[in-house]
Design a protein around this ligand. Sequence first.
Ligand SMILES: [Zn+2]
Length: 490
Amino acid sequence: MNAKERMDELYELIDHHNRLYYEEDDPELSDYEYDRLSVELRQLEEAHPLLVRVDTPTRSVGGGVKRTLRKAAHDVPIVSLQDAFSKEEVDAFVERIRKEQPGVVFVVEKKIDGLTLVLRYRKGVLEEAITRGDGIIGESVYENALAVRGIPRRIPEPLDYLELRGEVYMSSESFASANEQQVLTGGKLYQNRRNSAAGAMRQLDPDIVARRQLDFFAFNLEIAQGKTFASHKETLEWLKNQGFVVSPDLREARTSEEVWSAIQDIAKSRHSLNYPLDGAVVKVDDLSMRQQLGMTSKVPRWAIAYKYPPEQKETILEDIAVQVGRTGRMTPLARLKPVRLAETTVARATLHNQAYMDEKDIRIGDTVLVQKAGDIIPEVVSVVREKRPEGTSRFIMPDRCPVCGSLAAKEEDGAHLYCTGDRCPAKDSRSLAYFVSKDAMNLEGFGPMAVEALISEGYIRDAADIYRLKEQKDILIEEGVVGKQKSVDS
Ligand SMILES: [Zn+2]
């Protein structure tokens, strides 16, 4: 492998791992392994300056600085709550506590799907903000916390020490506007609000956090030196007076029926809220009762988290199209009769490969049950066999690439097909990217990533579409979604 090939490989690798780390909060490499890739790339760049990519990651946040955040220990270990997935489990929890603590009052709260953050205030001033980490040791994200809306730097009542927990999350509006920016200027779309909030909080640049417009709900007070509270509700009331936004619409309940009906009400409102929910939390309100109930070896005995099942809907599978990706992989894609599901309209879902379609016996014309896996990517769960029309047949993957007509071959994994054509246009989005950025659009900020996003989202398929976009160029610039036109000699 020559230097150019190795550099291209490193660019791909580092881009990939930066994305996992910063956008999806899901790193595959240790910091050590990552640093070694960066060092190797930097050395190659120094030796071959003409081969340096304009947008090299060694000059941006991801590659230019060490990506480690300072570790910080928690005063109060963060333990998970006991999970419940059925009414029976919730009922059993409520009845057990009612037996031990007659007269108990429960509070039912929304469980916001974000990133848990511990805040520490000394003499009324924010001193530290720590991520959950493994529950014992987290990472300090103090600078970033200052860029989150709803985290006051200073509070009116200056206790010697205050520690509280809350959830950093991305509202529907922030998520939509971040993705608009991605489509038109940046690159890959954010798939998941939790991950983009968490990824932003791990950035080393608070400006990025500010741009992603994150918010904070306080949900539990841990330590308040010099103050005593009788109930959870009192603590939330006090936090509210200190300028925090507390988890909204807390419901009181005394019986298992009341608890369950509160959980159901939250479920109904779930997809019309401005913040993402993944469940409801049932807690004992009285703080001294909580102490008496204590903990098992793993979880507090005074709280339970009910997780909502993913929303599923029936729709018609109208067609199966075979899509060819940039690596040449041929993927069958279900075209669905559009259906509203977990906040978005779903019109297609991946069917992965022949084996997947065969196993679920998925056919064109079928009525299928769809859901979003982890409420992110739509998938076909199953076929409603009773509703299958007459005359359907098994879908068979074509033996040629639908884009260029070259023969298809099996990938090494034996499951997927790929196009063997050397000059397949589907594999060529990079040249399209060049066309967009330099010749047709003459715009800054229209890199290969943006083009890939535009293609995969169906905005552009070919050069004609790019001209169509070009006609809207002035509007795009005016609205600030893409950069200003470059001058000819720049
Ligand atoms: Zn092809």
